[in-house]
Design a protein around this ligand. Structure first.
Ligand SMILES: Nc1ncnc2c1ncn2[C@@H]1O[C@H](COP(=O)(O)OP(=O)(O)OP(=O)(O)O)[C@@H](O)[C@H]1O
Ligand SMILES: [Mg+2]
Length: 390
């Protein structure tokens, strides 16, 4: 039965029909919107952004009706029931259905020249990564929707084993998002705090009038949940020592009394460094107490370039490749400049908003780099591009 409430909720999320451009940022809800209307999921997942835009923005519903008329009526067979603990399950069944859809397109497409093959492969690559992955813990299957970093399965396994994890990675590599998604995968509430300047910001305090100020850490510690301490390496080391005591002892003296750690409490620390102090790229980082650092297991989070491409989408693929070449060039030439996925995402947004490419390059990539350094980087990036074309 068609669920009109769900359809309306999705439309509210996407934007008014007839006037909302559909791109990689909002294509997920549009695909769900189509499925709510009865379009089969493999078809919805393989439609490119341009088609999604055309169908969603055709307020007369003719395009939607035409799609429904072509859509197979039998749903894909149900998913297999048993899966290993904490194992994400790329849905092989759905991939098989997607391949079948692609083969049908090839057959229907008549002539099959090189460009058509490239187009089909590009579409397949675009939709190859699952938009929903499943995790099974304690016999419960939970799903995480949307694009995910390749480190999510390992992070989830570490947390479900009860370990506290220190995520270390460069700016914009996806640490904060990973922590939120890991909480979803475990089905636990998510709490977070940014850099803290003193331990009472973490533990809470009582005001002059005797009121207790509770913190996200207190909530997670007392009631259970995944607690993210973001930018932990920019925080006061005393706060981390207090935190460590709480983790090590299983109870902690909060300002209003002793509290026992909830069995579902687990912590993630996110940092740009290993906790051993400032680096040339991350100057404001503080050296943390070695015994405290030893309490964590470390998970390096590098840039997931396939995820970065997914987030930005096929229309701006060449922009993302340009950012990624500059990143590689900076690494090879030893230039201390960051070309992060934020440059890919923000750059694509600015291009979509109609800004000229030179302006976008200046504002998201070049920033304050001097002429000579920029020329070296550009020339190296051009070299990579030429090699790719060979
Ligand atoms: N899986 C994802 N789905 C959607 N957007 C994502 C995902 N991963 C990262 N992003 C986007 O990429 C950008 C960088 O991600 P995030 O903030 O998680 O990185 P970070 O490693 O925490 O960065 P920093 O070190 O600067 O704190 C953000 O704009 C975020 O919304
Ligand atoms: Mg972050």
């Amino acid at each position: 039965m068609t669920d009109y409430t769900a359809i309306q909720a999705l439309q509210n999320e996407i934007g008014p029909r007839g006037q909302t451009p559909i791109n990689s940022y909002n294509r997920g809800p549009v695909r769900r919107w189509l499925v709510q209307w009865g379009v089969d999921s493999p078809t919805a997942r393989t439609l490119p952004n341009g088609e999604l835009d055309r169908i969603y923005n055709d307020a007369s519903d003719e395009a939607l009706k035409a799609l429904l008329a072509q859509s197979p009526t039998t749903p894909p067979a149900s998913r297999p029931a048993s899966r290993p603990v904490s194992e994400p399950t790329p849905d092989t069944q759905e991939i098989a259905v997607q391949l079948a859809v692609l083969l049908a397109k090839i057959q229907a497409g008549g002539s099959l020249d090189e460009d058509r093959v490239r187009e089909i492969v590009q579409e397949a690559l675009e939709t190859q990564r699952p938009l929903v992955i499943e995790f099974r813990t304690d016999n419960t299957v939970r799903t995480v929707e949307g694009a995910t970093h390749r480190a999510l399965p390992d992070l989830t396994r570490m947390l479900s084993a009860g370990l506290n994890v220190w995520l270390v990675g460069p700016a914009g590599s996806g640490k904060t998002t990973l922590a939120e998604q890991a909480a979803k995968a475990l089905g636990r509430p998510f709490y977070s705090t940014g850099a803290v300047t003193s331990d009472f910001r973490l533990m809470g305090f009582t005001t002059a009038t005797g009121d207790l100020v509770r913190t996200p850490f207190r909530e997670a510690f007392e009631h259970g949940g995944v607690f993210l301490w973001d930018e932990v390496d920019g925080s006061n080391p005393n706060a981390l020592v207090a935190f460590n005591q709480a983790l090590a002892n299983g109870c902690f003296a909060f300002p209003d009394g002793m509290v026992t750690k909830h069995q579902d409490f687990v912590a993630i620390a996110a940092a740009n460094t290993w906790g051993t102090g400032a680096t040339t790229e991350y100057i404001g980082r503080v050296r943390q107490d070695a015994a405290t650092l030893d309490r964590f297991v470390y998970l390096p989070i590098d840039y997931d370039e396939a995820l970065e491409r997914d987030l930005v989408g096929a229309e701006y693929a060449s922009w993302v490749r340009g950012v990624q070449r500059l990143r590689r060039a900076a690494g090879e030439l030893g230039v201390k400049a960051l070309f992060t996925p934020r440059a890919s995402i923000n750059g694509a947004r600015l291009l979509a908003a109609g800004l000229r490419r030179e302006v976008v390059v200046q504002t998201t990539l070049r920033k304050g780099l001097d002429d000579a350094t920029w020329a070296k980087l550009e020339s190296k990036a051009r070299e990579y591009k030429a090699q790719e074309a060979d």
